[in-house]
Unconditional design. Structure first.
Length: 955
RNA sequence: GCGGGGGUCGCCAAGUCUGGUCAAAGGCGCAGGGCUUAGGACCCUGUCCCGAAGGGGUUCGUGGGUUCAAAUCCCACCCCCCGCACCA
């Protein structure tokens, strides 16, 4: 039989599902509901197989729950909000060749469409249409009537976001704030990681400025280690750099020219008074702010004027750069000549040790510089030495007695307190800067700007955090390991700037020059799905979706009749909106990639907690890994990007689904491999062949215990699959439904002639177990075997259909072991058997055995004693002791099973399966009871018999 | 650095929460056999070491500890992966 035509089968069933509208879900109070969601994907490009993986996981659970009798809602929508689509359009408009080529080649966008991409809305629409097709062909069980996209281009959704933000503001969760960002002076906009040519992962860092005094001016020296101020010996200025004297917020400051520009962007009023070269001040003395010590200003060529303030103070005992630079000057007095500094003065500068570190001496900077062999201040090893000293001192250092009130404190703590204290006294200040170069995509060098009057979601609010933690503790989190991560994220989250000046989105209702940012408009929109069906069916105009209407729908606030009158809407319709929301809410499951833990999924909880009563808080979140391709990360730039639509078109939906589902579980990353595709494709082909052949197989008329065994196993597998799906272990579930069940069938067919009624019953169960995972093939098979209706709607197999039979399971297991042991013996001894004898345990052994099961391990010794008091047992001493020991040590569940079964007539069972054993072992098989008279037992093996473990003799 | 996850028999990977049925599931690879004109697919068997009777020995990152019993619990250490924010 040839491979099934997956493509034709899939089209056929997708068409029938759509025609019968079986995934469209309306409220039905007679059924429990299940509301499953996938975070709507961003429409700046084609979906990839990773989206496929995550969404299929949702789909599998949705399909399973449907079969379990739930009224399941699985909706879908599209995310258009943000700067990315607008940015992409902009790049096309500018004629960015590389970018356009990528769209053409990787995304396969036709030429005539590409031209229209200069309009962001068109681009988003194009990808939405393109990707909808991919999602449909993947066979997701979606209710498409509730579909929408975000931004003001969808006014209904915008109304909803407006309502959300008005509420958040009323409740005090949206506040105005000030915040440093990486800023492009040319674009006049913050520059995120994705928009950079250089410097990804670089963010503003706060430098402490220590204000050294020089006449009426301050030299604000920038540092990450303010605690070292007690060990300062001098100041460094780069003699060749341009510095300025400037009025900064009313004080006179001396900083590098670059620094003055930076300070302007950091909410300082800066007026430049004069510009001069660093060498001008070299040789002067300035006053250190804490103790008023007078310190020399020395030339430091390593000082970078473009970094922070361009002024640095020197702590040679604890900073390798300072130590080396000082040594350079001391050893090369010539360097000083042009500045008119006396070499004696420089020689007199001595390191001041202020931190003690276990394992390091008086001057850690000196020690580490020497051990690393740092040559001079231009040696890259100086950087390494700096980091090393910092690390050791920060974690293990303690402030020495010369540090005033901070003596004895660990460095980490002293640092914090010193900064706070001296800032409060005006001796310290601070500024932001970037630790490395950042270049905007527009090729402009970026700096730090402090944005003010920004709107923030105040996630740092401790009460809000507390309620989120409470919600989290009530939720299910899959996989389990992700819970700690979520908790850490809640603690870590700071205020989030929730508005932007550019890009697509919904204008902030009270300040429409701001647009609600992309992550911030996507937190509670699942509520919108619940009502969007009626909004669309009843064609409710967007302007009627007023805050008052939403208040009624989501909170039950307000007077229905009056509201209806004011809006000119039917009161019944408004009530129906409310009822539909109440029916579906809360969200029962939301599943995404693990990257969304630290933003979207946590935001999702924050906003639900802020906006909805406890009974509407989410029930469960789940996360999974990222799709890799042949072991590599998937990236458009790497050329290994697998668009979902291409995957489905090339390999089919069921194969694609099975491949990704079998690839990983938990937080592990699934791998998309050609090898795996081949395998799964072959597996599914032979699966359908196997099932159809088995369905038609003929054999015996009477069922035996092996039929009971097959059904019992199948029932157990069904339970295992269900358990796994309940906790989103989709791979375990599919492995059981596919490979484990298959294995059972193989054993069954090897073990006996098929009994058609049992086989058919088993196959009907098996197809249903597979239906959530590979629904198209299952529908096809279901139809072929005459199953009723859609398998997608068939009931999940129950235990009544596949009753548990412990005895059959245990006997079959014992039979497998017996066969294995016999083969083992034959292998080790090298005997080619003509005759194989089995001896089953006598009743008194069963009594001892069952007693051991009953009493458990606590009474092993006593039991052995009792057992050995039986005369038959005495001569078998050791063996009985071992048997009792093993039986009593069995795991509880296994002990209970065997206890429940009680004594088993193994001999008659073995006699019934004699033919099978003879076929497998190619020898004559004889079965005896140990205690029968006159048995054939030339080597006296019979007494070795134990329950579930007949003695074996071969010759 | 901080936060999160992880190191299992050639590879991938279950088991760890709830200690005992664990020499440790499953898949791949490899070896042998069957089927086949051949290949593929499929089916059996084996795959830490030793063994002429179902047994024994040594294993789960490293080193300690708890226990009658540890891959599983406790402590310390080493190594690997991911995240660290105005962005989807």
């Amino acid at each position: 039989m040839s491979a099934p035509d997956f493509k034709a089968i899939e089209e056929k069933w997708q068409r029938r599902w759509a025609e019968a509208r079986i995934f469209e879900a309306n409220p039905d109070p007679s059924k429990p509901k299940f509301f499953a969601t996938f975070p709507y994907p961003y429409m700046s490009g084609p979906l990839h197989v990773g989206h496929g993986y995550t969404s299929v996981r949702v789909d599998v659970v949705a399909r399973y729950k449907r079969m379990k009798g739930f009224n399941v809602l699985f909706p879908w929508a599209w995310h258009w909000t943000g700067e990315t689509v607008a940015g992409a359009s902009e790049r096309i408009k500018r004629g960015d060749k590389k970018f356009i080529e990528a769209l053409r080649v990787i995304d396969g966008v036709p030429e005539e469409e590409l031209e229209k991409f200069v309009e962001p809305a068109y681009m988003a629409k194009y990808y939405t249409d393109y990707n909808r097709e991919a999602v449909k062909r993947l066979g997701l069980s979606i209710d498409w009537r509730r579909e929408f996209h975000t931004t003001s281009l969808h006014p209904w959704f915008s109304r909803f976001v407006e309502w959300q933000y008005l509420k958040l503001r009323e409740k005090g969760y949206v506040v105005k704030g000030t915040h440093p960002v990486v800023w492009c002076p040319r674009c006049q906009s913050p520059v995120g990681d994705a928009d950079r040519l250089e410097g990804s992962g670089v963010y503003p860092e706060e430098y402490v400025l220590v204000k050294f005094a020089l006449d009426d001016a301050y030299l604000p020296a920038a540092t990450f280690r303010p605690e070292t101020i007690f060990g300062a010996t001098n100041l460094w200025l780069n003699p060749e750099a341009e510095y300025v004297e400037a009025e900064v917020n009313g004080e006179k400051w001396i900083v590098s020219q670059e620094a003055a520009e930076k300070l302007k962007l950091q909410l300082r009023k800066v007026r430049i008074l004069r510009v001069f070269r660093g060498c001008e001040l070299v040789g002067r003395r300035c006053r250190e702010p804490i103790h008023g010590r007078m310190l020399p200003i020395l030339p430091g060529w390593f000082v970078k004027p473009e970094s922070a303030s361009g002024v640095v103070y020197s702590v040679p005992a604890h900073a390798p750069y300072d130590w080396i630079a000082l040594k350079d000057l001391q050893e090369n007095p010539k360097l000083l000549e042009e500045f008119g500094i006396s070499p004696e003065e420089v020689k007199a500068v001595e390191p001041i040790s202020i931190i003690s570190v276990e394992g390091l001496g008086e001057y850690p900077a000196l020690e580490i510089s020497e051990s690393l062999g740092v040559r001079d201040q231009h040696d890259p090893k100086a950087e390494e030495a700096t980091k090393l000293v910092y690390k050791r001192e920060f974690h293990k250092g303690v402030m020495k007695e010369n540090c005033g009130a901070y003596a004895g404190l660990p460095v980490a703590e002293a640092k914090q307190r010193i900064t706070e204290d001296f800032k409060a006294r005006g001796l310290f200040d601070s500024m932001y800067d970037l630790p490395e170069r950042v270049v905007c995509r527009c090729t402009t060098l970026c700096t730090v700007k402090i944005l003010q009057d920004q709107w923030f979601l105040n996630y740092s609010n401790p009460e809000w955090k507390q309620r989120v933690k409470e919600a989290l503790s009530m939720m299910e989190v899959y996989p389990r390991e992700a819970r700690a991560w979520f908790e850490a994220v809640v603690d870590w989250l700071r205020d989030w700037a929730c508005t932007r000046k550019t890009g697509l989105g919904t204008p902030l209702p009270w300040s429409p020059d701001w647009i609600v940012e992309t992550l911030s408009d996507s937190t509670v929109y699942m509520a919108f799905y619940t009502i969007n069906r009626l909004i669309r069916e009843e064609a409710i105009p967007a302007e009627k979706l007023t805050p008052e209407l939403f208040d009624y729908v989501f909170y039950g606030l307000g007077d229905l009749e009056r509201l209806a009158g004011e809006l000119g809407l039917n009161a019944e319709l408004i009530k129906a909106l409310r009822e539909e929301f109440l029916y579906w809410y809360p969200v029962d499951l939301r599943n995404s990639g693990k990257d969304l833990i630290q933003n979207h999924l946590t935001f999702f909880i924050f906003h639900h907690v802020a906006l909805f009563p406890r009974e509407h808080w989410p029930r469960a979140v789940a996360v999974n890994g990222f799709m890799r391709v042949e072991g590599e990360e998937m990236h458009k730039s790497k050329g290994n990007f697998i668009p979902l639509r291409k995957a489905v078109e090339e390999h089919g939906a069921d194969v694609t689904r099975a491949v990704v589902l079998l690839a990983a579980e938990g937080l592990d990353d699934p791998d998309w491999r050609a090898e795996s595709l081949r395998e799964v494709k072959a597996n599914l082909s032979s699966l359908q062949r196997f099932i159809l052949e088995a369905w038609r197989a003929e054999g015996k008329d009477e069922a035996e215990e092996v039929e009971a065994w097959l059904l019992s196993m199948l029932g157990g597998r069904a339970e295992k699959v269900a358990e796994a799906l309940e906790v989103l272990k989709t791979r375990t579930a599919l492995e059981n439904a596919l490979y484990e069940v298959w294995k059972d069938f193989r054993w069954y067919l090897r073990r006996t002639k098929p009994h058609p009624p049992t086989v058919r019953r088993a196959i009907k169960i098996w197809i249903r177990l597979l239906a959530p995972f590979i629904p198209h093939l299952c529908e096809e098979l279901w139809e072929k075997i005459g199953g009723e209706g859609f398998v997608s709607l068939a009931p999940w197999p129950s235990r009544e259909e596949a009753p548990q039979n412990l005895e059959a399971e245990e006997l079959e297991e014992a039979l497998k072991l017996l066969l294995e042991d016999t083969k083992h013996i034959l292998k080790v001894t090298g005997i080619k058997p003509s005759k194989i004898c089995y001896y089953t345990a006598s009743p008194w052994k069963w009594e001892v055995y069952l007693e051991a099961l009953k009493r458990g391990r606590a009474q092993v010794k006593q039991l052995i004693g009792e057992a050995l008091s039986k005369p038959e047992a005495r001569r078998l001493g050791k063996q009985i002791a071992r048997m009792v020991e093993e039986a009593s040590r069995l795991e509880n569940s296994a002990r209970e099973r065997r206890l429940e079964i009680g004594m088993v007539d193994e001999a008659s069972f073995l006699r019934r399966v004699k033919g099978f054993l003879e076929g497998e072992l190619k020898a004559e098989v004889y079965v005896f009871r140990e205690d029968e008279d006159g048995i054939y037992d030339p080597k006296g093996k019979a007494s070795m018999a134990e329950p579930y473990r007949p003695a074996i003799y071969v010759e």
